[in-house]
Design a protein around this ligand. Structure first.
Ligand code: F6R
Length: 236
């Protein structure tokens, strides 16, 4: 595991974008695992700028997102599908048919989750998975638990995650309580993992996740067992 500390969010975003750009350049048919939330916005901006400068081509790239809130339509202002459209997909030359986000409106959630895992396998697995980290150590919506949950599934959000995400919804009551989350199986099967964490609020959890014991109480700690993880941390 490589842990890189940088002094600014701008540097974190540039460095993160460098890794993703290198992946897409070396293997244009890459499968990228993508995240939402505030942390990756700067990376997505960098990737858009590089695409607009003619340095990057996403026409053969496929993306699979980590999660989606249950009950939000794809065009809901806080849905993760809409986030991805607005922050990345609408601004690059990716084929919309090659962008996958779980369907939070699926009537049969178990079938949706099983199909999502099957799709990742059928795509040949994830080449590079981008992750943020919650203050409770969650990755995707794999929250602290008694065991590491392997499959993609409908997951309950931890109270600290609901509180943290209230900033996007205006008030905690409006934050959906459940989400479809990619499981640890697909995440740990990714060939490379890039985790980004920024802000002083993430300092403690970065320390616990990557220098503490491996435990499902700190879900991101499982990444210590992955052979190719880069963590970029900025305190800004
Ligand atoms: C988002 C996701 C979450 C976030 C995490 C950190 O798709 O899977 O695990 O990465 O909640 O969110 P931010 O970056 O907003 O602090």
């Amino acid at each position: 595991m490589k842990i890189i500390s940088v002094e600014s969010y701008r540097k974190l975003s540039r460095l993160g974008a460098n890794l993703i750009a290198a992946q897409v350049t070396v293997k244009p048919r890459s499968v990228l695992g993508l995240a939402t939330g505030s942390s990756p916005v700067g990376i997505y901006r960098e990737l858009i700028a590089r695409y607009q400068a003619g340095e990057l081509d996403f026409s053969e790239t496929t993306t699979v997102n980590l999660d989606e809130y249950i009950g939000l339509a794809p065009d809901h202002p806080q849905s993760y599908r809409r986030f991805m459209q607005e922050n990345l997909f609408d601004h690059i030359n990716i084929d919309p048919a090659k962008t996958f986000v779980p369907n939070g409106l699926a009537t049969d959630l178990d079938a949706e989750c099983a199909a999502y895992d099957r799709r990742i396998v059928d795509l040949g697995g994830i080449d590079l998975q981008l992750l943020g980290i919650g203050v409770d150590g969650h990755i995707g919506f794999n929250e602290p638990a008694d065991v590491f949950e392997k499959p993609t599934r409908a997951a309950d959000l931890h109270p600290s995650t609901i509180a943290a995400n209230a900033r996007f919804f205006g008030r905690a009551d409006d934050v959906p309580r459940r989400a479809v989350s990619m499981g640890m199986g697909a995440i740990m099967s990714a060939r490379k993992i890039l985790l980004i964490a920024n802000g002083p609020a993430k300092k403690d959890i970065v320390e616990r996740a990557f220098h503490g014991p491996i435990t499902p109480r700190v879900p991101a700690s499982i990444l210590q067992l992955h052979p190719d993880v880069t963590v970029i941390f900025s305190e800004e």
